[in-house]
Design a protein around this ligand. Structure first.
Ligand SMILES: CC(C)(COP(=O)(O)OP(=O)(O)OC[C@H]1O[C@@H](n2cnc3c(N)ncnc32)[C@H](O)[C@@H]1OP(=O)(O)O)[C@@H](O)C(=O)NCCC(=O)NCCS
Length: 333
């Protein structure tokens, strides 16, 4: 009997309407379009501004489009994994809210929190459920309302992040396509360099934590930058080596969209030309777990059946990794 593998059979996405430009950010903090474009490479990011709407709103829009494009019936969905660090609530899970909104009756669902590497972790997790033979349709979502944890008085972080969601359908195949390999890593030494100080179980919310902006992202950018470049390029190289892939064999690199200079440094180390690198950071900024599926969504019409894709991400934890996948269909669904 042939082994079962998991293949992506469609993608869906959603970006909120409101565009926060560098010029508008320059009115909030002491910065310029020139600095942001030169040091980060972001021109604009989209923000979910409407009161009462959270991450599940964007996840639902992305998943609905995915279900339409893959002609999936709600009753067929077995599992939903939502990679997010900005859930609607502490409890219940955002994925449970998504099940309700999508009318899924036969699925189980959970959230997965691995910050910017969330989609990579969720993809490999979902693939293993498919490989077990017991699951036929799995929705893997990366969705974030990063604007809810960004301090818009801090010029070192507020230009970086944006909101958005995208989703991929995983289904079984016995052909030579799909998630071929994954190398995922976690090292908790990253805590001091990238974290949110309050609101968890160590430091409960209080007037003090609110007054001192302790519910927002704190990062030491230079240190994160250095680890991101080294770890993303090293895991990509390891995955290429153990799958006997030369740089010519790679059709597309899909890097986490955190900083254009990080993307350039990683792809230069891999010696892959820029035409083979998916980049949309200029328009969306860093949407954390949503960056990778948003790239697939944006570039879907350029993808061909059999293309070799290398996805890589790095983020808080530190958590990082690379996934090698063989694309399963031609063009846009
Ligand atoms: C955050 C980041 C863009 C900062 O760029 P950098 O070149 O490392 O800049 P530094 O933090 O060293 O700061 C350099 C100077 O620019 C200033 N600066 C920071 N943000 C600024 C802004 N928006 N506008 C103008 N100046 C700014 C700093 O205050 C500092 O000034 P100083 O030298 O007078 O102290 C960059 O480090 C980065 O992208 N790191 C990785 C972040 C990341 O990927 N995080 C998410 C993980 S997935």
């Amino acid at each position: 009997m042939k082994n079962i593998n998991a293949v992506i059979t469609g993608v869906g996405g959603y970006i909120p309407d409101y565009i926060l430009t560098n010029d508008e950010i320059s009115k909030m903090v002491d910065t310029t379009d020139e600095w942001i474009m030169g040091r980060i490479g972001i021109k604009e990011r989209h923000i979910l501004r409407e009161d009462g709407l959270g991450t599940s709103y964007m996840a639902r829009k992305a998943a609905k489009q995915l279900m339409q494009r893959t002609k999936s019936n709600p009753d067929e969905i077995d599992l939903v994994i939502v990679a997010t660090t900005t859930p609607d609530y502490r409890l219940p899970s955002t994925s449970s809210i998504l099940c309700e909104k999508l009318g899924l009756k036969n699925a189980f669902a959970f959230d997965l929190q691995a910050v910017c590497s969330g989609f990579l972790y969720a993809l490999e997790t979902g693939a293993n459920f498919i490989r077990s033979g017991n699951y036929k349709k799995i929705i893997v979502v990366g969705a974030e309302k990063m604007s809810s944890i960004v301090d818009y008085t801090d010029r070192a972080t507020c230009p970086i992040f944006g909101d958005g969601a995208a989703a991929a359908m995983l289904e079984p195949t016995t052909e030579d396509f799909g998630i071929m390999d994954a190398m995922l890593r976690t090292d908790g030494k990253g805590l001091p360099f990238l974290h949110i100080k309050a609101g968890g179980t160590v430091c409960a919310p209080s007037y003090y934590t609110l007054d001192n902006h302790m519910h927002y992202i704190y990062q030491e950018g230079r240190t994160v930058f250095k680890y991101a470049v080294a770890n993303m390029s090293d895991t990509c190289k390891s995955v290429m080596e153990r799958n006997h892939l030369s740089k010519e064999d790679i059709d597309w690199i899909i890097p986490h969209q955190a900083n254009m200079r990080i993307i350039t440094a990683v792809t230069q180390r891999l010696e892959v030309p820029s035409e083979k690198v998916m980049v949309n950071i200029e328009r969306y900024g860093n949407t954390s777990a949503a960056t990778l599926p948003l790239c697939l969504w944006d570039f879907e019409d350029k993808l061909k059946k059999g293309d070799n894709l290398l996805l890589t991400a790095f983020g808080a934890g530190f958590a990082w990794g690379a996934v090698y996948l063989k694309w399963g269909y031609d063009g846009k669904r």
